[in-house]
Design a protein around this ligand. Sequence first.
Ligand SMILES: NC(=O)c1ccc[n+]([C@@H]2O[C@H](COP(=O)([O-])OP(=O)(O)OC[C@H]3O[C@@H](n4cnc5c(N)ncnc54)[C@H](OP(=O)(O)O)[C@@H]3O)[C@@H](O)[C@H]2O)c1
Length: 277
Amino acid sequence: MPEQIRENFAPAREAQDRFALVTGASSGIGACFARALAARGMNLALAARSRSKLEGIKAEIAAKYSLRVEVIEQDLSAPGAAEQLHSDLKARDIVVDLLVNNAGFGAHGEFWRLPIARQAEMLRLNIVALTELTYLLLPVMIAQRRGSIINVSSTASFQPIPYSSVYAATKAYVTSFSMGLAEEVSAYGVKVLALCPGGTATNFFEAGKFDKISFPGGLQSPEAVVEAGLRALDRGRTLAVTRFINRVMLFMQRLVPRCLVARQAGAMFRPRGMANR
Ligand SMILES: NC(=O)c1ccc[n+]([C@@H]2O[C@H](COP(=O)([O-])OP(=O)(O)OC[C@H]3O[C@@H](n4cnc5c(N)ncnc54)[C@H](OP(=O)(O)O)[C@@H]3O)[C@@H](O)[C@H]2O)c1
C-alpha cells in the first residue's frame, strides 16, 4: 500500500458520520446537490466564495434535518486552494465519502477578446482545482475501499464550441479525466461519474456573460440534473448525459464530420451583433 494511503487510512465509519463535499454549493446545481444529499442523510461540507449564500443553505438544511453542515469559504481558483481546503477538512475532522466537484464557470465571446486572466482563472477552477481535490481525497477512499466522486462536466465536453472555446475544452478534460479515472479506481471500490448536463437554468449564463442562447428543448432544472446524477451514481455509471434530447443530439453528431459539428456549434453560440462569416 503506498505510504500516502497508509497515512490517511481511517477505519470504516458509521453511516451517520459520512460526509459529502460539494464545491460550488452556493447556487445552481451545487446547491441542489447539497439539498438532495441532505435528504439522503449525508453530512455536508459546502465550499464556495459566497459565505452568506452557503450559510443560507446550511440554515435551510438545518431546519429540516439533524445533520452536520460545515461552510467553507474558499476561492478554488486561487493557487494552492485545493490543498488549503483539504487542510481545512482535516482540521474539522471530516473524512469525505462523496466528492462533488461542481464549482465551475464559462465565458462567452471571442477567445482573443476575452480577458486572458479570466480564462486562466477558468482553467484553474474547472481543471486544476478539480484534479487536485480528487488527488487529495482519493487515497482515503481507496484505503476504505469505498467512496464516490461526481465531476460535473457538460455536454459542451463532446465537441468544440466556438465563442466558448476554453470552457468547452475544460469540460472535454473533465469528461476524459473522469472516465479514465473511473476505470483505474473501480477495482478499489471507488466510483467516479462524469455528469454531463446540457443547458441548465442556473446563474451560469449570467456569471459567464452569455448572450441569450436557444437550447433545443429549453433549459433543464438543476434539480432534474442532480436527480439524474445521483441515479447514475447509484447504478455505477461512469458517464451520465442528462436528458433524452441531449443524448439524441450527441448521437447524431457522431455521424457528422467534426469540423461541421464545430461550425454548427459556432452558429449556435455566435455572439449577438457579430456578423455571419
Ligand atoms: N448551467 C448550465 O447550463 C451548465 C451546463 C453544463 C454544466 N454546467 C456546470 O455545472 C457546474 C455548476 O454550475 P451552475 O450551472 O450551477 O452555475 P452557478 O449557479 O453559476 O454555480 C456556480 C458555482 O460555482 C461556484 N464558484 C464559481 N467560482 C468559484 C471559485 N473561484 N471558487 C469556488 N467556487 C466558485 C459559485 O459560487 P461562488 O460564486 O459563491 O464562489 C457557484 O456556487 C459548473 O461546473 C458548470 O460548468 C452548467
